[in-house]
Design a protein around this ligand. Structure first.
Ligand SMILES: C[S@@+](CC[C@H](N)C(=O)[O-])C[C@H]1O[C@@H](n2cnc3c(N)ncnc32)[C@H](O)[C@@H]1O
Length: 205
């Protein structure tokens, strides 16, 4: 797993091409479509980066808290949204107090070893209210972004995990799948489109 130091370096060097207006807007639209999120719901953006996807939800009057492994985005988010949102420094969901109706975990799990996924899913489950939703985005083996046009793997690193491999794990961690799709999404920072997989889970127990 890439540790806190890795992510601190990423943020210190400003290497965050995923933060892109067109891409963030498209992701927010996908979240709204998959979850029907509205202002009656409490939302946590886990591994939120600069929190730019959920700005679209905040602008709709939805209560969103943020969580990050790196204090660099945490400090920025506290300055920007600290008056209306809680901002947590955490490397695992269990470090976060409270309960949520929807947890967004966008492009985080593919950076975490698969062996840790059942533990993460169980921790997310405990953070959710009854019938709460966990919305995941990530990359996949069969999706186009795993190769660029020179046939090279471009999805972040050789240790990138494939998000659809979470499907067989979800039931034993107390979830059911309510949607599972992939779409080409803009990623302006890298001047390309990434095929991205979106999986939405509902807590069953
Ligand atoms: C590719 S970025 C995605 C950021 C944001 N979710 C988005 O989609 O725009 C991955 C983020 O996950 C965070 N992260 C990585 N491992 C984490 C962990 N164990 N707990 C919380 N955040 C983590 C990183 O600091 C980074 O901001």
């Amino acid at each position: 797993m890439q540790d806190k130091k890795f992510w601190d370096d990423v943020y210190n060097k400003g290497l965050t091409p995923w933060t892109d207006k067109e891409r963030d807007h498209a992701f927010a639209q996908q979240i709204i479509q998959d979850t029907n999120v509205d202002s009656s719901m409490t939302v946590l953006d886990y591994g939120c980066g600069d929190g730019t996807i959920c700005e679209y939800l905040l602008n709709r009057g939805i209560r969103v808290d943020f969580s990050e492994i790196s204090e660099i985005p945490v400090n920025r988010l506290k300055n920007k949204y600290g008056s209306k949102s809680k901002v947590f420094l955490a490397s695992e969901p269990k470090e976060i107090p409270g309960k949520y109706d929807l947890i967004i975990c966008s492009c985080v799990l593919h950076h975490i070893e698969k062996e840790k996924w059942p533990d993460f899913l169980n921790q997310f489950n405990k953070l959710l209210n009854s019938k709460g939703l966990l919305w995941l985005a990530g990359f996949d083996k069969d999706d186009k972004n795993t190769e660029n046009n020179q046939g090279k793997f471009i999805a972040t690193s050789d240790t990138c995990q494939f998000i659809s491999e979470i499907v067989p794990l979800v039931e034993s961690c107390g979830f059911e799948i309510i949607s599972n799709c992939s779409r080409d999404m803009p990623n302006g920072g890298l001047n390309t489109y990434f095929t991205t997989r979106f999986i939405c889970l509902r807590k069953t127990k």
